[in-house]
Design a protein around this ligand. Structure first.
Ligand code: PLP
Length: 409
């Protein structure tokens, strides 16, 4: 029997949990870009969520050495002790909290750390507050845990940041957790110490858990205010999420971590012990070098952040010249999130009209061969997300194509 026969003959009953699940829009755009490239079309992608740099050499060398030493077997749940120690030290010095090795676990990317966190914390009917625009997986992961995503819509007016007043209005007795993601994907927004303090004050008399996703902390163009540095009294109800993907250009190695109170970490490790157990052993040895203090690696990270800063300025300087596009200056991560509502419902180049950002995204891919992601995927219709984790020449050529395609006619 061929696979096609199986598909056509049988009705599959999938779990009800999946009924509302949306596949990742960013992954879908990457797939479309790859398809066009396979046809020999020169596509410039602004849709990727990963640094285009190589992983720093000492990290790669550690992986090779681990392989040669045959570190190819299972490790303890949540990683080898040396790595968990390095992560505990890193999380402690970042956050000003003394995490022990039992208060961290190393996961298969920060994405898995978040997934485990929602599974550990949420029951059916619980609510998780998600500042919007949001990173695509928060909503789906919260739903997969049976909980209800509560979206707080933000706009340019507050720099795409939730205010303390907005948060106060959305808290209910069912609120289980609030996600903070600074710097933010997709907006690049970075919360100031004052803004975090105001949020802490609103949460003070609740028992809401804060999930602070700090995966872009190394790519920040203003002074970085870290949640637990501003609100240390929240150490016993904060889960810090971080990892190697963005800071060390290690997306493919799949190394993330979560640090937090012991009982929650015990629960997370119990889930981990019945799912992936630990990230790949070789990747763990590489991450051990990434997370251990090293001037050489610090310099690589700083050089990458500097390059992203220059690219941000470059892409903004071009966006500023395109009629119908407005933007807020992002203070971190490697995304710009322009408001393109001025381009909708009016004839663009060749008289084409786009009613939605989804249409605009498809039009840009088909006509200009550039990949962008529609704001709808992040809960923000009227916007596009452009990643500038791509070389300067591609930024210039890609934005030339963009400007040409959206020229108002
Ligand atoms: C805000 C945010 N959190 C978490 C992740 C997950 O990162 P990882 O590659 O470590 O799973 C991403 C990846 O794009 C992200 O943008």
């Amino acid at each position: 029997m061929t696979v096609n026969n199986i598909v056509s003959e049988r009705q599959y009953r999938l779990s009800q949990r999946l009924a509302q699940l949306e596949p990742s829009a960013t992954a879908s755009m990457s797939g479309k870009v790859a398809q066009l490239r396979a046809q020999g079309i020169n596509v410039i992608s602004f849709s990727i969520g990963e640094p285009d740099f190589d992983t720093p050499a000492p990290i790669k060398a550690a992986a090779v050495a681990a392989l040669e030493r045959n570190h190819t077997h299972y490790t303890p749940t949540g990683g080898i002790a040396d790595l968990r120690r390095a992560v505990a030290q890193r999380a402690s010095s970042d956050n000003g909290v003394d995490y022990t090795i039992n208060q961290v676990t190393v996961t298969t990317g920060a994405k898995e750390a978040l997934y485990f966190a929602f599974q550990a914390l949420c029951d059916a009917g619980d609510e998780v507050i998600i500042p919007t625009p949001y990173w695509v997986s928060y909503v789906e992961q919260v739903r997969l845990a049976g909980a209800k995503p509560v979206l707080i819509q933000t706009t340019e007016a507050t720099g795409f940041k939730i205010t303390a007043d907005q948060l106060a209005v959305h808290l209910t007795p069912r609120t289980r957790a609030v996600i903070l993601n600074s710097p933010s994907n997709p907006t690049g927004a970075v919360y100031s110490a004052e803004e975090l303090r105001a949020i802490a004050d609103v949460l003070r008399d609740t028992d809401v858990i804060v999930i602070s996703d700090e995966i872009y902390d190394a790519i920040c163009y203003v002074d970085y205010a870290r949640w637990l540095r501003v609100a240390p009294e929240f150490a016993d109800r904060t889960l810090v999420i971080n990892g190697a993907s963005k800071a060390y250009a290690m997306t493919g190695w799949r190394i993330g971590y979560v640090a937090g109170p012991g009982p929650i970490l015990e629960a997370i490790k119990a889930i981990q012990s019945h799912s992936t157990t630990h990230p790949a052993s070789i990747a763990q040895y590489a991450a051990l070098v990434a997370f251990s203090p090293s001037e050489e690696i610090d310099q690589s990270v700083a050089a990458m952040a500097k390059a992203f800063h220059a690219r941000r300025d470059l892409i903004l300087s071009i966006l500023a010249t395109i009629p119908g596009v407005a933007y807020t200056v992002p203070d971190g991560a490697f995304y710009v999130f322009p408001n393109v509502s001025g381009l909708l419902n009016r004839p663009l180049a060749d008289g084409v009209t786009c009613a939605t950002c989804q249409d605009l995204m498809n039009y840009l891919l088909d006509r200009a061969h550039i990949g962008v992601v529609s704001g709808d995927a992040f809960g923000a219709p009227g916007y596009l997300r452009l990643s500038y984790a791509t070389g300067n020449d591609d930024i210039v050529e890609g934005m030339r194509r963009f400007a040409d395609a959206v020229r108002l006619s």
